[in-house]
Design a protein around this ligand. Structure first.
Ligand SMILES: Nc1ncnc2c1ncn2[C@@H]1O[C@H](COP(=O)(O)OP(=O)(O)OP(=O)(O)O)[C@@H](O)[C@H]1O
Length: 250
C-alpha cells in the first residue's frame, strides 16, 4: 500500500531548476532508495518531502506530495516534520545535551509534555529500536559527542524514531562513517522497515541493492527509472540506468 505519493515535483533555486517533474509512489513499510550521481537532485527531493525548502527564500517547490491522502503542503509544517523524520549525512546530535535528552529533544524543544516514566520508556524504546541501547544504557547522561560516529548516527535515528514518525528520511546516512559503522546502519535499516517506511538517499549502488525494496534512479534532476530494486539491478530498462549501474558514469 502506498503511504506517500510524489506528483510532478519540481524544485528550483532562483532560476536554476534542479528537480524536474519527479513522480513516484512510496510503499508503506518498505525501503525506497533514491540513487544517482552527485548533484542529480536526490537530497532536494528528500528535503521537499520534509518541507525544508520553505526555510530558504530562494527555493520554489511545485507539484504535489500526498501523505496518507492529505496534501502535505496544506498541513501544518511542524506536524509534517513530526510525521516524517529526517536523518542527515553528518551525524548531528545536539552537542551540549546528554544522550537521554538528545533522544527526547523533539519533545523538549516542542514543549510536548511527558512525565518521567513515559520519558524513560520512550528513551529506552527508541534507543533499542536504533540498536544503541546496550551500548549506552549506563551512560545516558553523557554527551552525544562522547559517542563514535556510527553511534552518533544511531542516536540521531533514535531521536527521529522517538517522535513515532510514519516515514523516516535518511540522507546518505552512512557516507560519513567507516565501513563497519556503515554496515551496522544498513542492518538497522532492514530491521526498521518492520515498523516505519524509509526513503534512503544514497549514491552507493551496492547499498541501494542490499537494503532497498524499490529504487528510484535520478539523473540531472529527472527521475529516469523507478521500480522494484531486484528488477532494476538485474534488468534496468533505461540505458542511462544501465550505464550508471555498470560504472560508466557517476
Ligand atoms: N539550497 C540550495 N540553494 C541553491 N542550490 C541548491 C540548494 N540545494 C541544492 N542545490 C543545487 O541543486 C542541485 C542538486 O543538489 P542535491 O543536493 O539535491 O543533489 P544530490 O543528488 O543529493 O547530490 P549529492 O549526492 O552530491 O548530495 C545541485 O546543483 C546543488 O548545487
Amino acid at each position: 500500500m502506498d503511504i506517500l505519493t510524489i506528483q510532478n515535483l519540481c524544485v528550483s533555486f532562483l532560476e536554476n531548476t534542479v528537480v524536474r517533474n519527479v513522480s513516484m509512489n512510496i510503499e508503506e513499510k518498505k525501503v525506497t532508495a533514491v540513487m544517482g550521481p552527485s548533484g542529480c537532485g536526490k537530497t532536494t527531493v528528500l528535503r521537499a518531502v520534509n518541507r525544508l525548502h520553505e526555510l530558504s527564500s530562494h527555493a520554489r517547490v511545485t507539484g504535489k506530495v500526498i501523505l496518507g491522502g492529505a496534501d502535505l503542503y496544506a498541513l501544518d509544517a511542524i506536524l509534517v516534520r513530526r510525521k516524517i523524520g529526517m536523518v542527515f549525512q553528518r551525524p548531528n546530535p545536539f552537542p551540549t545535551m546528554g544522550i537521554y535528552d538528545n533522544v527526547v529533544a523533539g519533545y523538549l524543544l516542542n514543549g510536548l509534555k511527558l512525565n518521567k516514566p513515559e520519558m524513560d520508556n520512550l528513551v529506552e524504546e527508541s534507543l533499542r529500536a536504533a540498536a544503541l541501547w546496550d551500548e549506552v544504557k549506563d551512560s545516558l547522561r553523557k554527551r552525544g559527542a562522547w559517542l563514535s560516529g556510527g553511534q552518533q548516527q544511531r542516536l540521531c535515528i533514535a531521536r527521529a524514531l522517538a517522535m513515532h514518525p510514519e516515514i523516516l528520511l535518511l540522507d546518505e546516512p552512512t557516507s560519513a562513517l567507516d565501513p563497519k559503522a556503515a554496515a551496522s546502519i544498513e542492518e538497522l535499516i532492514v530491521q526498521l522497515k518492520k515498523t516505519v517506511t524509509i526513503m534512503l538517499v544514497t549514491h552507493n549502488i551496492a547499498q541501494a541493492s542490499r537494503v532497498s525494496d524499490f529504487t528510484a534512479f535520478m539523473y540531472l534532476g529527472e527521475l529516469v527509472e523507478f521500480g522494484a530494486s531486484e528488477k532494476m539491478f538485474t534488468t534496468p530498462q533505461d540505458k542511462r540506468t544501465e550505464e550508471y549501474l555498470t560504472g560508466k558514469f557517476g
